[in-house]
Design a protein around this ligand. Sequence first.
Ligand code: PNS
Length: 171
Amino acid sequence: MTNGKLERVTRAVYPGSFDPPTNGHLDVIERAAGCFGELIVAIVVNPQKRAPMFSLEERVAMLKASVARVAGVRVEHFRGLLADYVKAAEADVIVKGLRVVSDFESEMSAAMMNRSLSDVDTLFLMADHEYSFVSSSLVKEVFFLGGDVAALVPEPVLRVMAEKRNSLQRR
Ligand code: PNS
């Protein structure tokens, strides 16, 4: 990014539930980290959709371990509105990943809402086609029904998922 407006972008926020982080998330993180001076991976504490399976502490630990070798990345968390967090963090832009066309509809309205609330733009990165079918919810479903997700999540995530499955089985 050496010319045009993007030259000014230095701090980006990549928000998500990360319940759990997947290789698709990591791919976006690695590529976004190459575009911006600083990338904050921001975990929403209470996702709107449903109660997370993994605690905030587990999600922070999984993400920190997964991004340890990626330079310029910080893992944080936030409560409430993303637009408020982005302003408080003095970030220049929000980054989101798009996997398939159907992601675009909801992401477009979220981007417009966030822009109207905070005047911050959202930039989209296309997910690598290798990960176009990978979502946290599918990964959880497959794993907890005994399927192999080793190729779909970072190694530290797989370990925490295995611990969670063992602790659930002991109950
Ligand atoms: O990984 P997800 O669940 O798709 O991430 C969704 C997230 C965290 C980006 C979204 O739910 C969010 O921004 N939550 C914070 C509350 C908020 O600002 N809602 C209005 C969004 S336009």
